[in-house]
Design a protein around this ligand. Sequence first.
Ligand code: ADP
Length: 155
Amino acid sequence: MRIALFPGSFDPFTKGHEDIVLRALALFDQVIIGIGNNVNKQRYFSLDTMKFHIEECFAEQENVKVIAYDDLTARTARELGARFLLRGLRNTTDFEYENGISQVNRFVYEEIETVFLITSPHLAPISSSIIRDLHRYGQNVDDFLPYDLLEKSET
Ligand code: ADP
C-alpha cells in the first residue's frame, strides 16, 4: 500500500492544501494529513478546530486520514508506514525551503521520498499566513477555505 504523509501547520488548511490532497489521491492508496503540533509554536486557529474542519472536508474520502503529531516528520511517517511525504510547491521560495527539508528527512529516514506537486495556478497566491492576516483584521476569508469556519476569531 502506497501511503503518503502530507505534513504541515495548516493554520489554516486552505483550498490550496485541499487541491494537493485531491490530486495526490491519484498517486497514493492513502493520504494522511499530519497537522504538526509544535508546542513551541503558537497557532492562530486551534488544532482541534482545524482537525475538525479537515476531517469534515474529506468525510467522503475513506482513503484520507487526519492526525496531529508532535515529533520529527520523517519519524512519524515511518511509524505510520508512510514511505512518501507530500508537499506542494508554489514558487522558488517554496523550492529553496523544501529542498533543505527533504534532505534532512532522508537523513532521519533513508527510504523516505518527498513527492512535490506544483500548485494549480489559480491557487498559487493562497497562503495560510496571508489568510491569517486578512482574518485578524476582520476580512472575510471564506473564498480561500474549503469549509465554513467554525471560529470567527481566535487568539
Ligand atoms: P508548513 O508550515 O510546514 O510550511 P503549511 O501548512 O504552510 O505548512 O503548508 C503545507 C504544504 O502545503 C507546504 O508544502 C506548502 O508549500 C504547501 N502549500 C501551501 N499553500 C499551498 C497552495 N496554495 N498550493 C499548493 N501548495 C500549498
